[in-house]
Design a protein around this ligand. Structure first.
Ligand SMILES: CC(C)(COP(=O)(O)OP(=O)(O)OC[C@H]1O[C@@H](n2cnc3c(N)ncnc32)[C@H](O)[C@@H]1OP(=O)(O)O)[C@@H](O)C(=O)NCCC(=O)NCCS
Length: 173
C-alpha cells in the first residue's frame, strides 16, 4: 500500500554531498524525464501527456534526484498490491554515472518502502544489464524468475527483495 505521506521522503534521503536532494517529480520535469526514459528504454514509449496520465491512472510515485536544482536521475515506484511494490525504472544521466547516485536512489526507494505493509519489492532488469544487476544484488535483491511477458520482444528478469526477511543464521558445523 502506498505510504500515506508523500513527504516522508524528507527524512529518508541520507545525508549526501551538498546540493543533492530527492523530491517528487513535478509537471515541469516531465519533458526531460520522458525524453530520458524513451532514450534509455526504447520499448517504453512515453511523452509528457502519457506520463501525466500514467501517474494519475496508476499508484505510481516518481522521484527525481537533483544536483544544484537540476535533475540528474529518477526512480519510479509502483504499488502493485497492498504488500507488493515494484521499482519500475531508475536512471542516472549518462555523464553523472558511477558517482554513487544510482545507489543513492536505490537506498532512498528501499527506505521509502520500509513499511510494515510492504513485504516484497520487485524489479525488472534486462539479462545483459550487468551494472544494474550487480547493484541490485548488492542491495539484497535476488533473481526470482524470467518475467512472464516480454517487453517489446525483449525477455527480462524479475528480481525480488523481502525487506522484512531475517538473514538466516549461519549453520553450525
Ligand atoms: C544502472 C544505473 C542507474 C546506475 O547508476 P550509477 O549512478 O552509475 O550507480 P552508482 O554510481 O551508484 O554505481 C553502482 C555500482 O555500479 C558500478 N558501476 C557504475 N557504473 C559502472 C560502469 N560503467 N562499469 C562498471 N561498474 C560500474 C559502481 O562501481 C557501483 O558499484 P559498487 O557499489 O560496487 O561500487 C545507471 O548505470 C543507469 O542509469 N543506467 C541506464 C538505465 C538503467 O539501466 N537502469 C536500470 C534499469 S533496471
Amino acid at each position: 500500500m502506498k505510504p500515506n505521506s508523500t513527504n516522508s521522503y524528507k527524512n529518508t534521503s541520507e545525508p549526501a554531498e551538498p546540493g543533492l536532494r530527492i523530491a517528487p517529480v513535478e509537471e515541469t520535469d516531465f519533458q526531460t524525464l520522458t525524453a530520458w526514459i524513451t532514450a534509455e528504454f526504447p520499448y517504453f514509449k512515453t511523452d509528457p501527456n502519457h506520463y501525466r496520465k500514467r501517474m494519475l491512472d496508476k499508484p505510481i510515485e516518481t522521484y527525481k534526484l537533483e544536483k544544484n536544482a537540476r535533475m540528474i536521475g529518477y526512480i519510479e515506484i509502483e504499488y502493485l498490491t497492498p504488500d507488493v511494490a515494484r521499482i519500475n525504472g531508475l536512471g542516472v544521466e549518462p555523464d553523472k554515472r558511477n558517482n554513487g547516485y544510482g545507489t543513492h536512489l536505490i537506498h532512498f526507494a528501499l527506505q521509502r518502502l520500509n513499511t510494515p505493509e510492504i513485504t516484497t519489492v520487485l524489479l525488472l532488469v534486462h539479462p545483459k544489464n550487468q551494472i544494474a544487476k550487480r547493484m541490485y544484488a548488492k542491495h539484497g535483491f535476488t533473481f526470482k524468475r524470467m518475467f512472464d511477458q516480454t517487453i517489446s520482444g525483449e525477455i527480462v528478469e524479475e528480481w525480488q527483495k523481502h525487506p522484512h526477511a531475517r538473514a538466516r543464521p549461519a549453520k553450525k558445523t
